[in-house]
Structure formats: C-alpha cells, structure tokens
Design a protein around this ligand. Structure first.
Ligand code: PRP
Length: 207
C-alpha cells in the first residue's frame, strides 16, 4: 500500500518549528495538533460516502454524508497529541486508546492498555502516533485492530524512518501510511534522525 509524505507548505513550515529544539512544550502541542489536522485532510480522501438529500433555503438537492464509522486509535502516550487535531475535521470519530511503550533495550513494544470491546464499533481505524521509528509499535497496533475485526486501517504519523516504513509495509501491506515527512534513519537508540527528539517527552514536558 502507499506511503504519503505531505508536500503541503504549511506542513513543512510547522514541522520545521516542531523539530526546533527551542520550541516550548505548549507550542509543540499546538503544532502537533495543527499538523494532525492538515494530515487528516490528506488521509481521508478515500472515505466512502452515501447520498443524503438536503433542503437548502431555496431548493432540494443531492448531498452526501460519510458512510463509514471512523475510529481514531492514538498510541499512548505520544499519539494523544494528535487526537484533537483530527477531531477538528472528524468530530464524531470514536477514540480507542492503545497503550504501548518501547522496551529501551530490545526496542520491542510492550502492551499496557487495551480496552477494546469484543465487537468492533467502527469500520475504519486511523492509528495516530507521531513517530514511526522501528515500526514495532505500529505493527503491534495493526495486529490488535485486525484481531478486533477492523479491515480498513490507516497509519497517520508525523515522522517516519525508512526502517519503520519498510517494516510496517512488509507486515501489513494493506495499511496506507500518511506522514508529514520521511527522515533519514534511526540512530543506535532507535531514535529518528534528524527527527524532533522524543515526541512524548516534548509534548508532556517530561524530557
Ligand atoms: C515512542 C513513539 C512511538 C514509538 C515508536 O513511544 O511515540 O509510540 O516510540 O517506536 P517504534 O516505531 O520503534 O515502535 P515511547 O515508547 O517512547 O512511549 P511514549 O509515547 O509513552 O513516550
């Protein structure tokens, strides 16, 4: 499936501010949200519609409404900062949180929160996580969502490393990936270079 790196000038401008090490936590959160809104426009272009007639003040005409129930799936913690940005454009989307942290030594994801109900309540899921590094967290989340029964899944992030993009595409070739940018590589600690640092710590002031 496809990998979309945004070419929108507003995304490039805001991403540069996000990368800047002097950007404070509050501004970092605002930029994360704004970039998520812009990426939502790009990631929702293939959502299905059904006809919905509408009465204007002057006449009755044909309209449309979204046919699909969308679920947003932020990966805790860092994905949380993208939710409000997506909600700006999809206010009725459900949010289902998945808690994963990366073991510092193995870099493998460890699951610590998952309260999905037995039956899926949405037909499309958009996974939210600013960082696609090794891809382990994204692959684990897609595994969880497919086991839940959702067939249409997208990944929306801010930065992707080539290693993580490749891993996600190998394991789940049906999942389209939407990013603000594709960076150069991972360092020995699994951090994206040149990157923006630790997106969780920079949002929540814990770094
Ligand atoms: C970071 C990031 C992703 C994950 C990416 O989370 O937010 O969830 O690592 O790495 P991967 O692609 O190699 O799996 P982290 O484990 O630091 O947790 P946090 O969001 O709670 O800070």
């Amino acid at each position: 499936m496809s990998v979309h790196a945004s070419t929108h000038p507003l995304v490039a401008h805001k991403l540069t501010l996000l990368r800047d090490h002097t950007t404070d936590h509050r501004t970092f959160r605002e930029l994360t949200k704004e970039i998520a809104t812009l990426l939502t426009y790009e990631a929702t272009q293939d959502l299905q519609l059904r006809p919905r007639p509408v009465q204007t003040p002057l006449a009755r005409t044909n309209g449309a409404e979204l046919k699909e129930n969308v679920g947003l799936v932020p990966i805790l913690r860092a994905g949380l900062g993208m939710v409000d940005g997506v909600w700006e454009l999809l206010p009725s989307a459900e949010v289902w949180h998945i808690g994963l942290y990366r073991d510092e030594k193995t870099l493998k994801p460890v699951e610590y929160y998952n309260k999905l109900p037995i039956e899926p309540t949405v037909s499309v899921c958009i996974i939210l996580d600013p960082m696609l590094a090794t891809g382990g967290s994204a692959v684990a989340t897609v595994d969880i969502l497919k086991n839940w029964g959702v067939r249409k899944i997208k990944f929306m992030g801010i930065l992707g490393a080539p290693e993580g993009i490749q891993f996600l595409q190998e394991r789940h070739p049906d999942v389209a990936i939407y990013l603000a940018a594709i960076d150069e590589r991972l360092n020995e600690r699994g951090l994206i270079l040149p990157g923006l640092g630790d997106a969780g710590d920079r949002q929540f002031g814990t770094g």
